[in-house]
Every structure is written in structure tokens, then in C-alpha cells.
Design a protein around this ligand. Structure first.
Ligand SMILES: [Fe+2]
Length: 387
């Protein structure tokens, strides 16, 4: 079997690594970057660290902050237009998944000059695109090392998945110090997203030994440190471990794929504006219950890596501990049920068929160890509803 492993050309990992940004840009030949930053981080003053590093090194950059949560085609097109108008030769994405995905998608659109919808899966976009340097400020999406980005269609609310080497950042600066001020809810939601990436990589039909190593590393780090990072936000060791865990989960998922949880999670996010990590967390237990009988070994391995089962535990016991662990973790991390989040039950059940169709169309359920029909997916949406 031949494995193709894709990673950014350079990863700078560690506290204070932002100081190396000018060197990274110089190596990539980027002289005039567009700095795409989350406006909330700019308001909180977090971007001043990046901007002062750039200014001190004499790098001429333009700041772009029209980034929205769950980036839309309009937002990506605006960033792309800014790249073209400013004659920029590279893009820096600074923030959580939304800012980094905006930077990646805008760089692809500005290079290829094609509409976003034409780039979405099943097309694989491998053409050379202008370089992106990703600087994550959450320990979660792993977008800094993945070849995927998600853009929401403003008209249909559909979440379009864009996949391929064009979306892989040329470099990432992974500095956990940016996460020290990350609030509880964001730390929990993004950490749960990273956990989902590692799990879906490990159980994936495209799993391979390289991605397995990163997925297991991610699960060990996340299992040991997620709760501490949430409840002791200034704990540097926990923040550092979570940042590394999220990056390893990103490397695992980028070199396999997501599966049924992500496929089903995107429509919930799109229709009900549930943050991505939360909609994953709402589905984790129900999807695992459905899927694990088809591949108990990797699910048991996940339970052991998370520290929720012992090496000596039987496979079936480890799988049961994994499902119980997801319920426990959701409760500890105060993940709301769909109802508690404010989702209208009638509308949720009305939209089940549409959501199931969109989930299947996204392609990722095809990577699940147990293949789900549209009826199966509707049943899992129902099982994930808690009155
Ligand atoms: Fe995700």
C-alpha cells in the first residue's frame, strides 16, 4: 500500500515561536503578506504581538479583519480581492479555524481565479497556490496543518468543503502562548473538535500507520490535558500539550479524512449556528455507538489512548468506556444538548432528511468504518436529540 503524507514545509512549534515569523516569511519568499486576522483578536490586542514582530523586521503588510465565524463565500471573496488589489505575494492567517480557513481559501481563489463553488469536493484542488503561513490561536481545528477548508455558501447555508494541496499552508507557527487567554467555552469546543479529528483519523477507512501515530499521540495529549486547560486556563503545561495535541490531530486527519461525525456535524452548524466543536460533541457518542461494531479495535485503542480504558481491558469494555467517556466529558465541559443550545425540536426533526442528504453529499461519511444509509443518519440525528 502506498501512503501519501502531506505536511506544511515548515512547522515552528513552541512558546514564543512567533518571533520566528519574519524568518519563515523570508524563507518562503513572501515580501508583502496580507495578514488575515480574527477581528475579535484584534480588538483584544492579541494581534499586536504579530504586528510588532512584522514591523520590527521591516515587513510591509496589510491587515484584513473582515473575517466572520464560519467564513462565507462573500468573506473569502473580499479577502481574495484584497490580495489581488494589494498585489500581495502571500497570506498570513491569524486566529482560530475561521481566520485560517479564510486565509487559505482566499489564497486559492486569488491564485486560481475560479469561483469557490467550483473548487468544492468531489474536486481535489492540488494546483500551486500562493503560500499561506498559519498562526493558530486555538488548540483545535488543526487547520494550520490540513489540506482542507470549509466555506459557507451565503445563499444556501451549505458548508462547502475544499480539499487538496492548494489548501495546505506552506508553514505554520504554532505558539501556545496565544491560547493562554482563550475562554473556557472556546477551549472546550476547539479541544473537542481536535479530539474528534484524532478519533475520526484513527477509525477511518483511509487510516495508515503515519496518521495513526499522530492520532494516538493527539488522543494521549488531549485525554490528559483538555480538562486542565479548560479549568486552569493559565496552566502553561496543559496549554502547550493541547496545542501540540491539536496540531497532531490535524496532521492525522489531513492525511486520512474526517468521517461520519464531521459529515453530520456540518449541517447542524449550518442550519442552527452551532459552533463546530459543539456540534461534533453532540454527535460523538451516538455516532460511536453506531460505528464501533464495525471496527472495535481502533475505537478501543482510542479509549486506551485517552486514558479512559486500561491496556488490559477487553475490546468491548474499552468501547463501552469510550461511549461513556464522551457522555461524561460533555457533562464536565458543559456541552449543551441540542435543546439546551436553543435548537427548535420541530425544526430539527423537520430538517433531518435535508441534513442527512447534505451529510452524505459531503462525502466524508463514506470514510466511516460502518457505512451509513440516509435512514441510518436520520436515526443517529434522532438519537443525538436529548429531551
Ligand atoms: Fe473539525
Amino acid at each position: 500500500m502506498i501512503n501519501n503524507i502531506l505536511t506544511p514545509r515548515r512547522l515552528v512549534v513552541g512558546g514564543g515561536s512567533i518571533e520566528q515569523l519574519p524568518q519563515v516569511l523570508a524563507q518562503l519568499g513572501i515580501k508583502r503578506p496580507l495578514l488575515v486576522a480574527d477581528p475579535n483578536l484584534v480588538r483584544l490586542g492579541l494581534s499586536t504581538r504579530v504586528e510588532s514582530v512584522l514591523r520590527d523586521a521591516g515587513v510591509s503588510y496589510t491587515l484584513f479583519t473582515d473575517v466572520v465565524e464560519d467564513p462565507t463565500d462573500a468573506c473569502v471573496n473580499a479577502a481574495s480581492a484584497a490580495i489581488v488589489e494589494g498585489d500581495h505575494d502571500g497570506v498570513i492567517g491569524f486566529g482560530g479555524g475561521s481566520a485560517i480557513d479564510t486565509a487559505k481559501a482566499a489564497a486559492v481563489v486569488a491564485t486560481l481565479r475560479q469561483p469557490i463553488r467550483s473548487l468544492m469536493v468531489p474536486r481535489i484542488v492540488d494546483e500551486a497556490a500562493m503560500p499561506v503561513v498559519a498562526i493558530p490561536t486555538t488548540a483545535g481545528t488543526g487547520s494550520e496543518v490540513t489540506r482542507a477548508c470549509v466555506v459557507t455558501d451565503s445563499a444556501s447555508h451549505e458548508k462547502m468543503l475544499i480539499l487538496g494541496m492548494s489548501c495546505l499552508p506552506a508553514a505554520a507557527v504554532v505558539d501556545f502562548e496565544f491560547t493562554l487567554s482563550c475562554p473556557f467555552r472556546v477551549t472546550a469546543d476547539t479541544g473537542l473538535d481536535a479530539l474528534t479529528h484524532a478519533l475520526e483519523a484513527l477509525v477511518n477507512r483511509n487510516r495508515n500507520p503515519h496518521a495513526d501515530a499522530f492520532a494516538l499521540s493527539a488522543l494521549r495529549l488531549i485525554g490528559a490535558h483538555l480538562e486542565t486547560a479548560c479549568f486552569e486556563p493559565a496552566n502553561r503545561a496543559a496549554r502547550e500539550a493541547m496545542m501540540l495535541g491539536a496540531t497532531h490531530a490535524g496532521l492525522a486527519v489531513s492525511n486520512t479524512s474526517t468521517a461520519l461525525v464531521h459529515g453530520m456535524s456540518r449541517p447542524i452548524g449550518a442550519f442552527f449556528h452551532v459552533p463546530h466543536g459543539l456540534s461534533n460533541a453532540m454527535l460523538l457518542a451516538a455516532v460511536t455507538e453506531f460505528s464501533a461494531p464495525a471496527a472495535p479495535a481502533p475505537y478501543a485503542a482510542a479509549a486506551r489512548a485517552l486514558g479512559w480504558a486500561k491496556e488490559s481491558d477487553a475490546e468491548t469494555d474499552a468501547v463501552a468506556a469510550l461511549i461513556a467517556g464522551f457522555h461524561r466529558l460533555n457533562s464536565v465541559l458543559k456541552v449543551p444538548t441540542p435543546a439546551a443550545f436553543g435548537i427548535d425540536k420541530t425544526r430539527y426533526f423537520e430538517l433531518r432528511t435535508t441534513m442527512a442528504t447534505q451529510a452524505l453529499q459531503s462525502g466524508t461519511p463514506a470514510n466511516n468504518p460502518r457505512l451509513a444509509t440516509e435512514q441510518d443518519i436520520e436515526a443517529i440525528y434522532a438519537a443525538a436529540w436529548v429531551d
